[in-house]
Design a protein around this ligand. Sequence first.
Ligand code: AMP
Ligand code: MG
Length: 490
Amino acid sequence: MSFLTSIFLTNRFAELPRAFFTPVLPQPLTNTRWVAWNSALAIQLSLPEQSPQGDLKDFLAGEMVSDSVPSLAMKYAGHQFGVYNPDLGDGRGLLLGELTSKNGQVFDLHLKGAGLTPYSRMGDGRAVLRSTIREYLCSEAMAGLGIPTTRALGMLTSDTPVYREKTEQGALLLRVAESHIRFGHFEHFFYTNQMAELTLLADKVIEWYWPECNKEPQPYAAMFEKIVDKTAQMIAYWQAYGFAHGVMNTDNMSILGQTFDYGPFGFLDDYEPGYICNHSDYQGRYAFDQQPRVALWNLSALAHALSPLIERGALESSLGQFESKLSKLFSKLMRDKLGLHSKLDRDSQLFQSMFELLHQNSVDYTRFMRELSNLDQQPTSVVEDLFVDRQAAKTWLELYLARCDCEVNQQGEALSAQDRCEAMRAVNPKYILRNYLAQIAIDKAEEGDFSEVHALAELLKQPYAEQPENDAYANLPPDWGKKMEISCSS
Ligand code: AMP
Ligand code: MG
């Protein structure tokens, strides 16, 4: 087919035995058209800078298939809210194939919303415009922040009606990731007692992502340690940047530790450790402050699934290091955010009292950190103004600024406020994807006006830069947009 001359497509997953997947053709939507195309990512993948038309568009929209590279639905299982569900798999997304980036890295190209598969269960195989916009914007916002994540190459809308609480527009998301393998892939083979497949999956993960593990005395144990490492890193970023995922089921955990499957996520507005963004999470299992604990629980579920391949001692040893790895990176990220590069024992007290104050005074987390990053240009009263208890804020600020005075630059001289703050502005975003901003963009998009989607996508590419023309996007949420809980129906 002619379009195949314009892209180089592979699919290593399709070469695995059938136990891993079912070949499925995408079911086209009606009158698809581009809502967004991620030019920067497209260029990295040697795709056209402008949203493709013709054959390539037809292929990416699931309206034309490759005759040589089959699209497929992956089989996986997973623990949902702590309960094992054997019946999961790609229920509405297909792996179209793999693209090789300019620097030789291989990326999965996944089309979400492509129709029914054998794993659709009660679902319709579709994705609505609303949730597609949320995933597109958030994955790109996370990438802009420097947080490990899957990416979004583009999205399309259509005239196909999709029925949720109301009738909505069917849409498609083109997701790009180094891997779509989830903890739940391993769980599926373990719980169905398919040991050859379990072993083959581990071998492929090592071959594709971490070939260096083969040099270790116990390659599978080394692979698990990598997964623990990457997961700890991802969670450290989430906690430091105030990101709540909302559905940390093991089928939504990437083995590469990339933020995966954006559903009812939310960034903290006010610093509220118990923030629950998922409307269906009645017990708060996936509340913001539970994420480190849940990640460890999920890793333990994965360890159990890997127990036929890895000795118990090695699994326990890796799991045992999770908390210290996470807290080490979290402390580093927080020190960077506060402009403290040296490490003093008393710092943890300073962090703790900061979090308590932010919580007690319901202070906006992102705004606070950004204002703190501007103390070379503004008086401390700007920060104090964010607190109800100004005196407590003043006392903390005095301690903090005294602590900053202990910092020295590479020449051993006292670090200037300007140098400190410049470094802080590079790690404390001015702009984040607040739920209310996403909601405004979605409301307009549902009326056919995609301007806010484009504006946000552009803005969030550079969340740390001052963008004076976009100052309004740094505004705190209006009352209706605070503590939004998002429904899982997507
Ligand atoms: P999620 O909560 O989005 O991570 O999805 C959990 C499982 O349900 C996965 O196996 C999905 O593929 C499947 N799923 C979610 N929504 C739909 C849908 N509309 N149609 C079919 N399957 C779905
Ligand atoms: Mg999922």
